[in-house]
Design a protein around this ligand. Structure first.
Ligand SMILES: [Zn+2]
Length: 53
């Protein structure tokens, strides 16, 4: 478990693999798993992809 860099919420990423991108369950910010030993996440880079909210 680690903390969301955006909102400091605890995020569970025990089943994540390095490089995986997932949304914070609390604030929805996209996070990227940097490493799993120990678990560290960072804000995922903004993709050029447009989801058209
Ligand atoms: Zn968050």
């Amino acid at each position: 478990m680690t903390e969301c860099p955006a909102c400091d919420a605890h995020v569970e990423c025990a089943t994540m693999v390095a490089g995986e991108i997932f949304p914070c369950t609390d604030c929805g910010t996209e996070l990227e798993v940097v490493t799993t030993l120990p678990t560290a996440v960072q804000l995922a880079p903004k993709e050029a992809e447009d989801w058209g909210e």
